[in-house]
Structures are given as structure tokens and as C-alpha cells.
Design a protein. Structure first.
Length: 185
């Protein structure tokens, strides 16, 4: 039975959304195609109407998450104040505790390093993030805008990874707080 194109597109979007969240929560190898399809309310067989393989799903879900993340930063690039607000909101316990809907770099960076097929998509995302983060510094006529953007992004992602990895809640909060402080400029 053929479904209308709109319904098929909606199912495809749901699969990408669920896969992205599950991959960010448990890693690429930590979730099966069956689990993703169950989360969308679809059967495992339906998967192959949308994707050739799990690798294809990984690549598309990463690209989809990247597009959404970049779109969410569009407002922040308008000024250093808005970028600072974005940075401060990134370095929160709410973001730390919800990696399924959070930053794909902090959730999947180490996973991507072991998945050569998605490294080009991830690289495009990182380059685009650097450009967006550098933009307010360029307009504020600050020197070395790109260097500053790379420093900020690396500090943010690294702090989030560490805050999620430690089993000491006070240390986790301290890591986030100190990163917020050092990046508040």
C-alpha cells in the first residue's frame, strides 16, 4: 500500500527526530534500528522504505540535527550580547541533563570520531558553528573573531562533556559554572 507523499515525509521526519534523540542519549551503537522504529510507532520493515542502512540513517539524522541547531543560533549571531546569552544557556544543568535534545557535538563528538562515514557531515556542522559564533565578534570589530569562536565552542563542548561524565553533582555544576564565568566577556 502506498501512502501519500506528505504522510511518508512526516514518517521520515519522525524517524530522523527519534533517531537523533536516541543517538545523542546512547550513542550510535547503543541503539538499534528496531528501537528507533518502535519509538516512532512504526515497524522495523518500514525502516527500509526510508533508509538503505543504519549508516544512512546516522548520516541523515546528524545532518537534520545540524540544520536545526544552526537555525536555532541564527538570532544569536546578531550581537555579542545575544551570543553571550546563548553561551550561558548552553552551559546549564538543564542542557547537561537532556542530551537527547541538546548539542550534537557534546553528545556525539567521540562517536563521530569512530564513524568515518559521518565525519564530513560533522565537519560541515563544526565549520558552520564556528562561522556563526564568530559573526558577532566580527561586527563588534574584535580581533581574532574566528579564534575566539573556536575557543568558546571548544570550552562549551568540553565543559558539557565533562559535566555529563563525572558522577559528582557538585563537581559537575562547578565545571559548568566555571565555564560560564570564563566565557562571560
Amino acid at each position: 500500500m502506498r501512502y501519500p507523499a506528505e504522510e511518508t515525509a512526516e514518517k521520515h521526519r519522525q524517524i530522523l527526530e527519534q533517531a537523533s534523540a536516541l543517538f545523542r542519549e546512547r550513542g550510535f551503537s547503543g541503539v538499534s534500528v528496531s528501537e528507533i522504529m518502535k519509538a516512532t510507532g512504526l515497524t522495523h520493515g518500514t525502516f527500509y522504505h526510508h533508509f538503505d542502512s543504519k549508516d544512512a540513517l546516522i548520516a541523515q539524522s546528524l545532518g537534520d540535527a545540524s540544520g536545526k541547531a544552526l537555525a536555532s543560533m541564527e538570532d544569536a549571531k546578531a550581537s555579542t550580547e545575544l551570543m553571550q546569552q546563548y553561551i550561558q544557556e548552553y552551559l546549564t544543568t538543564a542542557h547537561r541533563d537532556n542530551c537527547g535534545v541538546g548539542c550534537l557535538m557534546s553528545a556525539l563528538g567521540s562517536e563521530v570520531a569512530r564513524e568515518p562515514s559521518v565525519r564530513p557531515t560533522f565537519t560541515r556542522h563544526v565549520k558552520a558553528m564556528i562561522e556563526i559564533m564568530a559573526e558577532p565578534f566580527k561586527t563588534a570589530k574584535k580581533r581574532n573573531a574566528r579564534r575566539r569562536a573556536i575557543h568558546h565552542m571548544s570550552t562549551m563542548v568540553g565543559a558539557m562533556i565533562l559535566a555529563r561524565a563525572v558522577d559528582d553533582p557538585a563537581l559537575s555544576e562547578e565545571i559548568l559554572r566555571e565555564a560560564r564565568t570564563v566565557l562571560a566577556d
